[in-house]
Ligand binder design. Structure first.
Ligand SMILES: Cc1cc2nc3c(=O)[nH]c(=O)nc-3n(C[C@H](O)[C@H](O)[C@H](O)COP(=O)(O)OP(=O)(O)OC[C@H]3O[C@@H](n4cnc5c(N)ncnc54)[C@H](O)[C@@H]3O)c2cc1C
Length: 402
């Protein structure tokens, strides 16, 4: 491919879109490069939104300044919504009527919060947290003494719970499942985090949902009432598939891509949260919604778009910080044999997940060095002996030689 004569358009100026644009230029792509972003902000990273931005009023982490995007020749349009794509004419249409031509297209449209509409209209203010504007608005509402009801005890819900506690709020979490952090798939990790938050004064209402937004709080699914001045809904996300629809791509739970990030339409790729990819660890097609995937898949797909042979093998890895506890999770712990190393009630331990003898997942609590080893064990598909892993005196690094 004559890189200099082609044009590439990227839809979505989030982390995957921004990193892909950088990677294309780093790989000497010399053609026109347009990035269209629906938010009014330059590309930024989201992890701070539910952590330092809520706790310490920290500034967001932008990937580059406007001048730096210009200096690498990226034609960046923010506050611009792409509403349609004509794949025959190779043209993207914006809501404001503008059109952009492309030879190759990357869809990095991410996800948006799953809404709970029945709670949205009522006397108690309701919030979601996905973008920078949401974080700034939420920070302004989480004032000392405020009673915050968090609907959803997943990663985002518990990060907001920690931030709210640190800001002096009284926090209740209502969660439909039997325990928090159900998506991590480890009963040990769920129990640890529930106790951690309980120790900080957070109340949990498990096996319940919020049914209605009523005067002074929420009515729950068992008919009981929970007082609240603010309701934050964190019940997961849905993929932004409007453009995929206008391209005629099959509508699934994401945009299905192969190892190079290619969709079934020649020249059209997808990366980041919106991409539906095969996970060896989980043994299923899934969206991998984390920082590392947005970063790594975007860089890999950028090279593939330029003709490189870059098969991307995702091993999902994410972290969360709550109070002074750092949790990192790799691969999957769902439906695995779980081995706990260290004291699961203590300050630091790790969990290893085996499927048919292969390490397919792991989680570390305040133990980043173990996570560095676990990530390698998962990506190298290692099969260490179970008795070694169960032996607290066994140096985990030695499992790499198994
Ligand atoms: C509050 C929060 C905290 C997080 N913390 C962590 C963490 O601690 N660790 C971790 O590993 N991960 C974390 N994540 C997840 C991580 O941030 C995401 O996986 C990552 O942002 C995905 O990047 P993306 O570019 O694929 O999608 P997004 O970041 O969602 O970006 C997609 C962009 O595309 C735009 N867009 C969509 N459709 C259109 C259109 N038609 N036209 C123009 N623009 C469009 C959207 O407005 C959006 O700006 C967190 C996420 C959130 C929300």
């Amino acid at each position: 491919m004559a890189h200099g004569q082609q044009s590439i358009a990227i839809i979505g100026a989030g982390q995957a879109g921004g990193r892909a644009a950088e990677a294309l230029r780093a790989a000497q792509f010399g053609g026109a490069l347009t990035v269209i972003g629906g938010e009014r902000h330059l590309p930024y990273e989201r992890p701070q939104l539910s952590k330092s931005m809520l706790i310490e009023d920290a500034a967001p982490k932008f990937i580059r300044s406007a001048a730096e995007w210009t200096s690498i020749g990226v034609d960046l349009h923010v506050g611009a919504n792409a509403i349609g794509c004509d794949v025959e004419r190779r043209v993207i249409g914006l809501q404001d009527g503008r059109e952009f031509r492309f030879d190759k297209l990357l869809l990095a449209t991410g996800t948006r919060p799953r809404r709970l509409r029945k709670l949205e209209n009522g006397p108690v203010p309701v919030a979601y947290l996905r973008d920078l504007d949401d974080a700034v608005a939420l920070r302004g509402k989480m004032l000392d003494g405020c009673r915050v009801l968090l609907v959803g005890g997943g990663v985002i819900g518990l990060e907001v719970a920690a931030a709210a506690v640190l800001r002096g709020c009284a926090v209740t979490v209502v969660e439909a499942a039997d325990d928090v952090l159900a998506q991590v798939g480890s009963a040990t990790i769920s129990a640890y985090f529930r106790k951690l938050h309980s120790g900080r004064g957070v109340s949990f209402l498990l096996g319940l949902t919020a049914a209605a937004n009523v005067e002074g709080g929420a009515q729950l699914s068992d008919g009981s009432f929970c007082a609240a001045d603010l309701i934050l809904i964190g019940i997961g996300v849905v993929p932004s598939l409007d453009l995929a629809r206008s391209l005629g791509l099959p509508l699934e739970s994401g945009i299905r891509v192969d190892r190079s990030g290619a969709t079934e339409i020649p020249g059209v790729y997808a990366a980041g949260d919106v991409a539906l990819q095969w996970s060896h660890c989980a043994q299923r097609w899934m969206r991998i919604e984390n920082w590392a995937n947005a970063q790594d898949q975007a860089a890999s797909v950028a090279k593939s778009m330029l003709g490189g042979d870059q098969p991307y093998e995702p091993a999902s890895w994410f972290w969360t910080d709550q109070y002074d506890v750092n949790l990192q999770v790799v691969g999957t712990l769902n439906g695995v044999e779980e081995i706990v190393r260290g004291d699961a009630a203590g300050a630091k331990f790790c969990v290893i997940g085996l499927r048919d003898g292969e390490v397919v997942g792991g989680a570390t609590v305040n133990s980043p060095k173990d996570m560095a080893v676990l990530r390698r064990l998962v990506s190298l598909r290692k099969r260490p002996s179970r008795s070694d892993l169960e032996n607290p005196a066994f140096d985990l690094k030695r499992a790499l030689a198994s």
